[in-house]
Design a protein around this ligand. Sequence first.
Ligand SMILES: Nc1ncnc2c1ncn2[C@@H]1O[C@H](COP(=O)(O)OP(=O)(O)OP(=O)(O)O)[C@@H](O)[C@H]1O
Length: 269
Amino acid sequence: MSLLQVIEAGFGYERQEIFRKLNFQVEKGEIFCLLGPNGCGKTTLLDCILGVRQLNAGKILLNGQDLNTFRSGQIARYIAYVPQSHERTFPYTVMDIVKMGRAAYTGRFSAPSKLDKAIAREALEMVGLFHLRHRPYTQLSGGEAQLVMVARALAQKTPMIIMDEPTAHLDFKHELEVLETIVELVGDSQISIIMATHFPNHSFYFENKKLPTRVALMHDHNFLELGRPSEVIAEENMKTLYGVNTRLISCATGERSELKQLVPISTIS
Ligand SMILES: Nc1ncnc2c1ncn2[C@@H]1O[C@H](COP(=O)(O)OP(=O)(O)OP(=O)(O)O)[C@@H](O)[C@H]1O
């Protein structure tokens, strides 16, 4: 049984249809990348999977159970969420924010146990920010704050993590660190990741690490294609999806290891 099954799913806002008759599933230990231009509906689809928005048609099964039958808060035991951006209104410490990932188990107003604290500590260590644990979250840079969101999701200890453009604010090194953390998680713990991203090369990175990776190209209210990165991230598809001319190149990263990369050349007017 797949961890997540999306069946004939449709959603629209009052004046705009976003997607219709979407079908896909996500397996345990798989990375599922969602690619598509601004406004095509990636965040909306993620919101439907998180139970934040209700489908207009079709259904979503989480661990075989219809998402509509989950009690409030129960989804948080299966899916953790790393948002695109996070309002930083209150000066909670970094450690407090990460401990909030444990709320699915402790209840929102109960004190975290010793185990919860240890899990939060381990999550912060994994993203390399343990040294910032006492800092107010409001004082972090955009990139540091994003990594804290990743740590909070890790602390939630769910079989699936949904990430909405997790590297959006990150510098060159931190971007790679998030990708490495994902590789570690999927490889060691068999966590499943659904990730909306604007970077087709991220999926090549995961494929190069030999992780089960699939990419869905969101276009025209459905998927233009769904498959392995090397099958789907093709120059012709990038023209249709983004209106951009690209070249696919490949560079050696070691003996018998090649990393494919998509290079943008020009926009199509
Ligand atoms: N609450 C809302 N009410 C009405 N329309 C909305 C709402 N939220 C988003 N939209 C519209 O739905 C469309 C899809 O938005 P969504 O945020 O899902 O796209 P996206 O693919 O995640 O975009 P981006 O890559 O820019 O983050 C957009 O046209 C957006 O303006």
